[in-house]
Design a protein around this ligand. Structure first.
Ligand code: CO
Ligand code: CO
Length: 315
């Protein structure tokens, strides 16, 4: 039995990007936690990416991060402590960029290095943006290109081009702060951030939670060119197949999806972009605003449908 509390606006009963708890009529806190093992070689950049990723769930709920706490697992016997110093420096810089403050943390000794944050943010209780609010007729906007999981996998295999890694790293380290502010300015119906389930995994989740269907226009999706290359070479992260298996019954692709495209659409993303469901009459305004604030890869990628419910059609 889950404990019931009338102030718990978003909790385990209807899981979303983060938990939301109402403190007062005009104030709710958003709470989230995320940490993982390194995905890039540069410790400073790993710190930035892990922090941006943890902060992202606050932005996906339409909130503003206030405080953060470090979560660290470190193999102190086998790894130089300077690695940890660099990771924490990267995290701290990203927290500062987000306008939040680091208030503490906890570290344990572990065989495998892990880093991340727990983050607390704020939002007006009536302005919480959930995954469940998408309405038929809405347009779908994606704010970052897809393919970082494939590029990270190629990097681990020693096969990634340096430029691809640099671009993916930049993309993962970028905050979703301005995208979130833009969507709150314009007013939207639903949002989530694209992370471990991959783009289509998160689209399916939004469709299911909202009780709607979706049409995704393949040609309009922002994709990293090298990711397509690596998918064709079979450099696919382990999570991709699980993501596809979990949602395969919800996905309809007329001509069938070629394997490499399926692997891009279900590629687990780290610190991916926001997937936003916006009323049709506001879509152009939001897209223009996103481009204006420097989110140049934001694209209109599809539409929310009344029927078929719980289906994501890829055309
Ligand atoms: Co999320
Ligand atoms: Co998360």
């Amino acid at each position: 039995m889950l404990p019931h509390d009338p102030n718990l606006l978003v909790g385990l009963e209807r899981p979303d990007d983060a938990g939301v708890y109402k403190l007062a009529d005009d104030l709710a806190i958003i709470q989230t936690v995320d940490f993982f093992t390194p995905i890039v070689d540069n410790p400073y950049m790993f710190g930035q990416i892990a922090a941006a990723n943890a902060l992202s769930d606050v932005y996906a709920m339409g909130g503003r991060p206030l405080t953060a706490m470090n979560i660290v697992a470190f193999p102190v016997k086998t790894m130089d402590i300077s690695v940890l110093t660099e990771i924490l420096r990267g995290g701290l810089d990203k927290i500062a960029e987000a306008g939040a403050v680091l208030v503490g943390g906890h570290s344990v000794e572990d065989d495998e290095l892990k880093y991340g944050l727990s983050v607390t943010g704020v939002v007006h209780p009536e302005r919480v943006v959930m995954t469940s609010g998408a309405l038929p007729g809405d347009r779908l906007i994606l704010t970052k290109p897809l393919g970082t999981g494939l590029i990270n996998t190629a990097l681990k295999g020693g096969l990634a081009e340096r430029e691809a890694v640099a671009r993916a790293t930049q993309c993962m380290a970028a905050l979703n702060d301005r995208a979130s502010e833009a969507m709150q300015e314009v007013g939207v119906n639903a949002c989530t951030d694209v992370t471990g389930f991959g783009f289509l995994g998160h689209a399916c989740e939004m469709a299911e939670n909202s009780g709607v269907g979706m049409r995704i226009d393949l040609a309009s999706l922002p994709l990293m060119a090298e990711a397509i290359e690596y998918a064709k070479m079979g450099l696919v992260p382990a999570g991709t197949h699980r993501n596809w298996d979990f949602r395969r019954d919800m996905v309809q692709a007329g001509g069938g999806l070629p394997d490499y495209l399926r692997d891009v659409l279900f590629d687990p993303q780290t610190s991916g972009g926001l997937l936003i469901s916006v009323p049709a009459d506001k879509a152009d305004r939001l897209l223009a605003r996103l481009h204006e604030v420097g989110i140049v890869e934001a694209r209109l990628v599809g539409e929310v449908l009344q029927e078929p419910k719980d289906r994501v059609i890829v055309v």
